[in-house]
Design a binder for this molecule. Structure first.
Ligand code: FES
Length: 111
């Protein structure tokens, strides 16, 4: 069964920033890019490990791509597709996400 969950306010993730969450044992992160929000599981497809280099820091230095801190793989923010690094051609796992009433909501599996 799918359940919608409110994560936080959009203003909690400023444009050009990212934020990590733990939802019932599942690590995810969101990226805010020019009013659009994207969410992914926090698991690098290279070695199935968490990706941030510091808490809530999932982006490269110029905030244009998602970057895995372990070996530097780069992923497109809008699709999670890896364009550089040891997992080129693979993708992050997308989490359904939308902005509603100024809040960020995800849709996740629940029992
Ligand atoms: S674990 Fe992410 S690039 Fe190697």
């Amino acid at each position: 069964m799918k359940t919608a969950r409110r994560l936080c306010q959009l203003t909690d993730v400023p444009d050009g920033h990212s934020k990590g969450f733990n939802i019932e044992g599942q690590a995810i992160f969101v990226v805010h890019q020019r009013g659009r929000v994207f969410a992914y599981r926090n698991v690098c497809p290279h070695l199935n490990v968490p990706m941030e280099w510091q808490p809530d820091e999932f982006l490269d230095s110029d905030k244009r791509m998602i970057q895995c801190a372990v070996h530097g793989a780069l992923f497109l923010i809008e699709s999670g597709y890896c364009v550089s690094g040891p997992c080129t051609g693979q993708s992050l796992t997308t989490v359904l996400c939308e902005v509603r009433g100024g809040d960020i909501w995800i849709t996740c599996d629940s029992d």
